[in-house]
Design a protein around this ligand. Structure first.
Ligand SMILES: [Zn+2]
Length: 282
C-alpha cells in the first residue's frame, strides 16, 4: 500500500508563533522538528502496513524538511514551482493521504495557531461550491478526485475540531492546545510524536474502511482576498469574475482543474500585493 503525506509547519510539535518560523536561528530548530514529526508519521504508517510513502513539503518555500534526516524509506517532493501546490506528486495510485503539521483556516477559530488559508498575505476566505474551506478540506477534495481517501491529521486542537466538522472519521493527533493565534500550550515534541506515530499507524491499518470524499460536477471557487488590488489582477485570467471589490469567482469542470486555477489566482494575488512588477528583476 502506498500513502501520501502532505506536510505543513504551523501544526508541528513545539510551534506556537509565526516568529519561530521566520527568525533564521529559530527556523532551523523548527525544520528539525517538522522533519521529526513527519518521520513519526512515516514510522507509524509503515508499522500500519504501508510499503511506499511520498512526502510533499508544503510550507512557505516548500523546502523545509531536512532530506538527510528524513526516514530513508520515504521520498520527498521539495521546492516551490509546483502546478499542484501542496499536492504535487499525488495521483490515483495512492491508498490514502495524511496531513502532518497542518493548521486552521483564516477566520475559522479565534485561537487556532497561525491560522490562515494557503497565503496569509492575500486570502481572507475561500469557498468551494458555497462551503468555506481550509487547506485540509480543499486538499481532501482534490485527493478525492484521484480516488484517495483522507486518513489522518495532526495539529492543534482547534484545527482538529474544525476539520472534523467536515471529516469526522479521520484519525487525529493533537500536538498542542491552541491558546491564541500566536500562542499554544505545548507538550514535549517526543510526546507529540509518540501520538502521531500511534494515530498514523491505526489510520493506515484502517485505510480500506475510509471513504473517498469527492465533489462531483462543476466546481465553483469564490475567493475573498485581503486587498482589492489582489482581486483585480486575477481578472487577467478570462474565466475569473469580480463579484465584489475584493472577491472573485470562477467555475471549472472538475476539482483538479479548479485547484490549479485557484493556485494560479493566489500566485497572481500574492504577486499583486505591492504591484506585480515591483519585485521582478528581469
Ligand atoms: Zn504553512
Amino acid at each position: 500500500m502506498k500513502f501520501f503525506i502532505s506536510a505543513d509547519m504551523e501544526g508541528i510539535s513545539g510551534v506556537a508563533t509565526n516568529q519561530q518560523l521566520k527568525t533564521p536561528s529559530e527556523y532551523q530548530r523548527f525544520r528539525k522538528l517538522m522533519t521529526a514529526d513527519v518521520n513519526a508519521a512515516i514510522e507509524g504508517a509503515f508499522n500500519g502496513g504501508a510499503e511506499e510513502i511520498v512526502v510533499a513539503d508544503g510550507h512557505g518555500n516548500m523546502s523545509n524538511i531536512i532530506i538527510e534526516e528524513l526516514d530513508k524509506r520515504a521520498r520527498l517532493v521539495s521546492g516551490n514551482n509546483r502546478v499542484m501546490c501542496q499536492l504535487e506528486g499525488l495521483d490515483e495510485t495512492f491508498d490514502g493521504i495524511l496531513f502532518v503539521g497542518h493548521h486552521g483556516r483564516e477566520g475559522g477559530s479565534d485561537v487556532a495557531v497561525i491560522s490562515h488559508t494557503l497565503a496569509g498575505i492575500c486570502v481572507n476566505e475561500m469557498k468551494i461550491n458555497g462551503q468555506i474551506v481550509g487547506e485540509t478540506e480543499m486538499n481532501t477534495y482534490v485527493a478525492g478526485a484521484f480516488g484517495v481517501p483522507p486518513l489522518f491529521i495532526s495539529g492543534d486542537d482547534a484545527y482538529v475540531q474544525e476539520v472534523q466538522e467536515t471529516l469526522p472519521n479521520v484519525e487525529a493527533a493533537i500536538t498542542k492546545r491552541a491558546v491564541d493565534r500566536f500562542a499554544a500550550e505545548l507538550i514535549h515534541p517526543e510526546a507529540a510524536q509518540a501520538i502521531i506515530r500511534k494515530k498514523a499507524e491505526s489510520a493506515v491499518k484502517n485505510a480500506k474502511n475510509q471513504q473517498v470524499i469527492a465533489l462531483d460536477g462543476p466546481i465553483t471557487f469564490e475567493i475573498q482576498f485581503k486587498g482589492s488590488q489582489q482581486a483585480k489582477m486575477t481578472t487577467t485570467i478570462p474565466s475569473v469574475e469580480l463579484i465584489g471589490p475584493k472577491s472573485i469567482r470562477f467555475t471549472c469542470d472538475d476539482m483538479i482543474t479548479a485547484y490549479k486555477h485557484m493556485w494560479g489566482c493566489v500566485i497572481i494575488a500574492m504577486t499583486a500585493t505591492n504591484g506585480v512588477l515591483g519585485s521582478v528583476n528581469a
